[in-house]
Design a protein around this ligand. Structure first.
Ligand SMILES: [Zn+2]
Length: 359
């Protein structure tokens, strides 16, 4: 058990066996035996390891949860991303997923509802246009109306989809991935991209959850999920309301304002304008060419949309503490805080960063 954790922490730290050996003074052959479970580290070695790996010894000793599984690892498609980098992302995600598992296990009753596809989503979807109505129906069922969704993570969590924000190294392309933690659906999204990109990823992954097994054979699931994501974040009626029903030209500033009202990129807004029939395909193409010419294909102009955040995990840790399901030290461990950090956090005397930033 410890072996798996050492391997994971080492990969998360981006260290080779030899580099770890150098830092700990433990030979790489011994380290290799630790990792393969043929030898158990002494408590002294454990302390050296945890220091070198930047984890607490509790992390290395924590039992493994079997029920963590991640699937549809979409970032694997970006084969240019070095394996080492992918390993680091996975290690962080697994660590968070396991803490989720442990926390949920500590509750006598599961505190989160089980995700269910709304009954109004048709069993068979035969064309992309139909996804406009699917998005509207889901919004209706979830009580979202036609307004912007201010906090998408909160909305998804409320429907039983857990969200893990993953630490992703700079300049790494990472779209997101989905999986299950203890039977609970989980979506993983990068912590370090602008909010509009996170939201599109989250809505796209929601699309997979809603549409799996329902698309006619001639429909591409990725295309369908993108369409659904756009329609969910910025419904057709809202496009008409904000841009009008038929336009022969658009000002960039209009797309910028729409971006900040609905948390959807200008590029995605442009797609929505065409999908909602507000602008012609020809105009969409012309505007896209201009958008790329201005360099906005890579980074959009003006203030970025603020990243999404999640407080559910921390809330549930404190709820478990208040209800005596766990004690202080377990709460601190789950939050990844030292005892003193935790005391400050609990007593609301923390200075500087937001409490949720510890995650
Ligand atoms: Zn996808």
């Amino acid at each position: 058990m410890i072996g798996i954790r050492i391997t994971r922490a080492r990969k998360a730290a981006g260290l080779s066996l030899r580099a770890l050996a150098e830092q700990t003074g433990v030979s790489h052959t011994t380290l290799n035996k630790f990792e393969h479970g043929t030898l158990t580290p002494s408590s002294e070695q454990l302390i050296k390891l945890s220091r070198a790996l930047g984890v607490r010894t509790e992390y290395l000793l924590r039992p493994e949860r079997a029920e963590v599984e991640l699937e549809e690892v979409e970032y694997r498609k970006h084969t240019k991303t070095p394996k080492k980098v992918l390993d680091r992302i996975t290690a962080d995600v697994l660590d968070q997923a396991e803490r989720w598992m442990e926390l949920l296990d500590l509750y006598p009753e599961f505190p989160i509802k089980q995700f269910a596809v709304p009954a109004s989503v048709p069993k068979v979807i035969t064309d992309y246009e139909q996804l406009e109505e699917v998005a509207e129906a889901v919004r209706r069922e979830w009580g979202l109306g036609e307004n912007p969704i201010p906090d998408l993570i909160d909305t998804l969590e409320g429907e039983g989809l857990l969200v893990i924000l993953a630490t992703v190294p700079d300049r790494t392309r990472f779209d997101g991935l989905a999986g299950k933690v203890g039977g609970q659906q989980v979506i993983v999204v990068s912590k370090s991209i602008p909010g509009d990109r996170q939201r599109l990823t989250l809505a796209h992954e929601l699309g997979h959850r809603l549409l799996a097994g329902r698309l006619a054979a001639d429909l591409n699931e990725e295309t369908a999920c993108n369409r659904l994501a756009g329609a969910f974040l910025l419904p057709r009626r809202a496009v008409h309301e904000h841009l009008g029903s038929h336009r022969t030209a658009l000002e960039w500033r209009e797309l910028y304002l729409l971006k900040h009202e609905f948390g959807i990129s200008m590029a995605a807004g442009l797609f929505r304008a065409a999908q909602a029939g507000v602008i012609s395909e020809a105009l969409k193409k012309r505007l896209f060419a201009e958008l790329y010419k201005r360099g906005w294909g890579k980074v959009e102009p003006g203030t970025p949309v603020k990243p999404e955040h999640s407080v559910l995990f921390e809330q549930l840790v404190y709820r478990a503490l208040a209800e005596d399901f766990i004690g202080q030290s377990k709460a601190a461990e789950l939050l990844g805080m030292s005892a003193s950090q935790f005391q400050q956090n609990r007593s609301l005397t923390e200075t500087g960063t937001d409490a949720a930033a510890h995650q």
